[in-house]
Design a protein around this ligand. Structure first.
Ligand SMILES: Nc1ncnc2c1ncn2[C@@H]1O[C@H](COP(=O)(O)OP(=O)(O)O)[C@@H](O)[C@H]1O
Ligand SMILES: [Mg+2]
Length: 279
């Protein structure tokens, strides 16, 4: 999948960034570093009390990586992901996303970057229950000025990528948990994001379904999509190419996983519940 901006197409289809924007021409992003984070600090102030959620995190991520973020509860993973996703700003330190200094952006510029560059997948799927799979996937495109036809076509294509082209008119309650999460992944993809962020995406799923979802992430990663995924399960992290472990608001270790498990292979060894039921 090529990003819309590189095709020189989506920019005209998308609401323009605000005037005086600091957003650079994307063609100037040369060094391949998608994310450059330096001494990131996030302090939550609760009245008199300060919570030091991130205490100086530095990390770089290159296009096409598949990173698992791990660490105990309270170690700062979600705080880190919220900043990565431009949902929150650091207290101190720098965050450069695709050569854009996110810390210097205004609110509306931040929202523009978020919509344009980032796809989110959450533990609880966060689908609208009274809308079909297709309509759920179409949602992010309502913030862009694409035509109805293009919106539908792109959404069906995203659903095809996650293997749900035969379920587009199903409502969430007519889909299994794994299928619902795949709809959420399709929704995250529909804007051709530079990066997909997933916070405990398999947290609500049984083990086989979790591997199915990891198979989807691995397939997307093979297409060149950068994925950053939070998990506390080593089994799930074993599918990623890099392991970053947080402790007490800092990175405790950061290692390449030289032999990621292949989800498609693992699935061959675990019978599906449907197959068992059909047999
Ligand atoms: N909105 C918030 N206000 C105050 N403290 C917070 C907030 N969000 C998280 N924290 C605190 O920051 C620390 C890191 O939390 P979090 O990033 O959610 O960790 P994790 O996702 O690894 O479990 C914890 O001590 C948590 O209680
Ligand atoms: Mg968390």
């Amino acid at each position: 999948m090529t990003a819309g901006l590189e095709e020189g197409k989506s920019m005209s289809n998308t609401k323009l960034p605000p005037a005086n924007s600091k957003l650079p021409d994307e063609s100037k992003a040369l060094n391949g570093k998608l994310i450059q984070i330096d001494h990131l600090v996030r302090i939550y102030k609760l009245g008199e009390v300060e919570v030091h959620a991130l205490r100086g995190v530095s990390i770089e991520v290159t296009k096409g990586e598949f990173v698992a973020i791990m660490g105990a509860s309270g170690s700062g993973k979600s705080t880190f992901m919220n900043i990565l996703g431009c949902l929150d700003k650091p207290t101190k330190g720098t965050y450069i996303l695709d050569n854009i200094d996110v810390g210097s952006l205004m609110r509306d510029e931040l929202a523009f970057i978020r919509n344009k560059k980032i796809g989110f997948v959450f533990q609880g799927f966060n689908l609208l229950s009274r809308t079909t799979a297709l309509e759920n996937v179409e949602l992010p495109l309502f913030y862009s000025s694409v035509t109805n036809k293009e919106r539908k076509e792109r959404s069906i294509e995203a659903l095809r990528k996650v293997g749900l082209e035969d379920r587009i008119y199903h409502y969430p309650n007519q889909l299994s948990g794994g299928q619902q999460q795949r709809v959420a992944i399709a929704r995250a993809l529909v804007n051709d994001p530079s990066i997909v962020l997933a916070d405990e995406p398999t947290g609500n799923l049984d083990s086989r379904t979790s591997v199915e979802v990891m198979e989807v992430f691995q397939k997307l990663n093979e297409l060149g999509i950068t994925i950053i995924l939070v998990t506390h399960e080593p089994d799930i992290a074993s599918f990623a190419k890099r392991h970053v472990v947080f402790r007490d608001g800092k990175i405790k270790s950061d290692k390449i996983n030289a032999n990621p498990r292949i989800a498609a292979e693992v699935l061959k060894t675990v019978p599906s519940i449907e197959e068992e039921d059909e047999a």
